[in-house]
Design a protein around this ligand. Structure first.
Ligand code: GLU
Length: 405
C-alpha cells in the first residue's frame, strides 16, 4: 500500500492566522477571568451603526433573502460597490466588475488564485499582513519580500521594487494604509509606484480596506487621502484588482462582507471560482452592506475621530518607554513600534530575545496582548491595534510602562 502523508503539502505548508490566534488566546484568558487588555485583532469596538442593523433586520423578514442569489453578489450591492469605488478610488467600473466576497480575506485569496501560476513571483512590501503569504502560497506563487523598516516610515521605494523585480514577477501587492504599520503612501509615492508597475506590465493587487481611515498630523486638520493606485495611474486599471470591504470602516468585522473589483475577465474568473467555493455571501449581510455604502456616512466620521484620538494617546504613551521607537501611523488603526531596544534585557526574571518572546512576557506578566512582528515579517516589532476603548487603551500601555520602567 502506498504511504500518503495525511495532509496535502499545500495545507501542511500554511500556519494558523497569527492575528486571530493571539486574539483567540486573549479572549480565552479573559473568559477565565484574567484582566487581559488586548491590542491583538484589528477589530473596532463600536457597534455596527443602527441604520445598518435595521436594514439587516428588515432583510431577515423578506423571503427573497432566504434563497440562493447570484454567486458574485446582489445586483444592488454590486452597483453600490461600483459607486463607492468611483467615490473613494476614483475609478469608474460597471457592477459586472465587482465580486462580493466573504470578507476582504476571501477577496485576497481569490485575487491570487485568479492571477498566479506556479512559480509566479509576488512583490510583498514587508512588514505585511499575516494572511498574504499564505494566500500567495496556496495559489502556487512565490513571495518576494521587499523590506521597509521604521527608518523609512515602512514605505518601500520604486528603487527597492526594481531591485527585486525578475522575469517571473507578475504581481505587486500594494497596501495603503498598511496593516500592520499604519503607513500611508503619499499621492506622489503612489503614482511613482503605479507608473513603475505599468511600465513593466506588473499586476497590482491593492488592498484598500483601510482607505477611509486616515488621520491628520494636526488635531482637527484634514486627513490625508489614501489615493488609490488606479486614481494615481488610471492606465493601471486593466491590470489591477482592488480589494475592500465594510468591516473596518463600518465596524462590521463579524458580518463578513468584502469585495474585489477588477477587469471583467479577471472578475469573471473570480466569480467562477467563488461559484464552486462558497456561492453568494449571506443575503442579510449583503443587504446590510447596501445600507452601509448608500446611507449617511456620519457614523464613519465619528468612529474615525475616535480612532484618531486613541492613536495620539497610544503613540504618546508608548513613546515614553525607553527602547521603543514609535513611527506615527497615518492610517488604519495600528501602531507598529520597533521594540528591538527591549530585547536581550531582563524584565521580571525573563530575558526575551525576540518580539515573540516579548509578547509572551507581556501577556504573562502584565496581561497585555499584542501581536509580535514575527507574524508580519522580521522580529523586533509589536503590532498594537488601537481600536479598543479609550480607558483600557490607556491602562494597557501604563501596565507596559511599569513592566519596562
Ligand atoms: N485583519 C484584522 C487583523 O489584522 C483581523 C484579524 C485577521 O483577520 O487577521 O487583526
Amino acid at each position: 500500500m502506498t504511504e500518503h502523508p495525511r495532509l496535502s503539502a499545500r495545507i501542511a505548508a500554511i500556519a494558523e492566522s497569527a492575528t486571530l490566534k493571539v486574539d483567540a488566546k486573549a479572549k480565552a484568558l479573559q473568559a477565565e477571568g484574567r484582566p487581559v487588555i488586548s491590542y491583538a485583532a484589528g477589530e473596532p469596538d463600536f457597534s455596527t451603526p443602527e441604520y445598518i442593523v435595521e436594514a439587516a433586520l428588515a432583510a431577515t423578514h423578506d423571503p427573497k433573502n432566504y434563497r440562493y442569489t447570484p454567486a458574485a453578489g446582489l445586483p444592488d450591492l454590486r452597483e453600490a460597490v461600483a459607486a463607492k469605488t468611483l467615490r473613494d478610488s476614483g475609478l469608474e467600473v460597471s457592477p459586472g466588475q465587482v465580486v462580493v466576497t466573504n470578507g476582504g480575506k476571501q477577496a485576497v485569496y481569490q485575487a491570487f488564485q485568479v492571477l498566479l501560476d506556479d512559480g509566479d513571483e509576488v512583490l510583498v512590501p514587508t512588514p505585511y499582513w499575516t494572511t498574504y503569504p499564505e494566500s500567495i502560497k496556496l495559489a502556487g506563487g512565490v513571495q518576494v519580500d521587499v523590506f521597509a523598516g521604521a527608518d523609512q516610515g515602512y514605505l518601500v521605494t520604486v528603487e527597492q521594487l526594481e531591485a527585486a523585480r525578475t522575469e517571473r514577477t507578475k504581481v505587486l501587492l500594494f497596501v495603503s494604509p498598511s496593516n500592520p504599520t499604519g503607513a500611508v503612501y503619499s499621492a506622489e509615492q503612489t503614482k511613482a509606484i503605479g507608473e513603475w508597475a505599468l511600465e513593466h506590465g506588473i499586476w497590482v493587487v491593492s488592498d484598500e480596506i483601510y482607505q477611509n481611515l486616515t488621520y491628520s498630523d494636526e488635531v482637527g486638520g484634514p486627513a490625508p487621502r489614501a489615493v488609490s493606485i488606479v486614481e494615481a495611474v488610471p492606465g493601471l486599471a486593466n491590470q489591477t484588482i482592488l480589494v475592500n470591504g465594510v468591516a473596518k470602516t463600518y465596524a462590521m468585522t463579524g458580518w463578513r462582507l468584502g469585495w474585489m473589483v477588477g477587469p471583467a475577465d479577471v472578475i469573471k474568473g473570480a466569480a467562477n471560482l467563488q461559484s464552486h467555493l462558497s456561492s453568494n455571501v449571506s443575503n442579510i449581510s449583503q443587504r446590510a452592506a447596501i445600507a452601509a455604502l448608500n446611507g449617511p456616512q456620519d457614523a464613519v466620521e465619528e468612529m474615525r475621530q475616535a480612532f484618531d484620538r486613541r492613536r495620539r494617546t497610544i503613540v504618546a504613551e508608548l513613546s515614553k518607554i525607553e527602547g521603543v521607537t514609535v513611527p506615527v501611523p497615518q492610517g488604519a488603526f495600528y501602531v507598529y513600534p520597533d521594540v528591538s531596544g527591549l530585547l536581550g534585557r531582563e524584565w521580571g526574571g525573563v530575558t526575551p530575545a525576540t518580539s515573540l518572546e516579548l509578547a509572551d512576557l507581556m501577556l504573562e506578566q502584565a496581561d497585555v496582548a499584542a501581536v509580535p512582528g514575527e507574524a508580519f515579517g522580521p522580529s523586533g516589532y509589536l503590532r498594537f491595534s488601537y481600536a479598543l476603548g479609550d480607558a483600557p487603551l490607556l491602562e494597557g500601555v501604563q501596565r507596559l510602562q511599569r513592566l519596562f520602567g
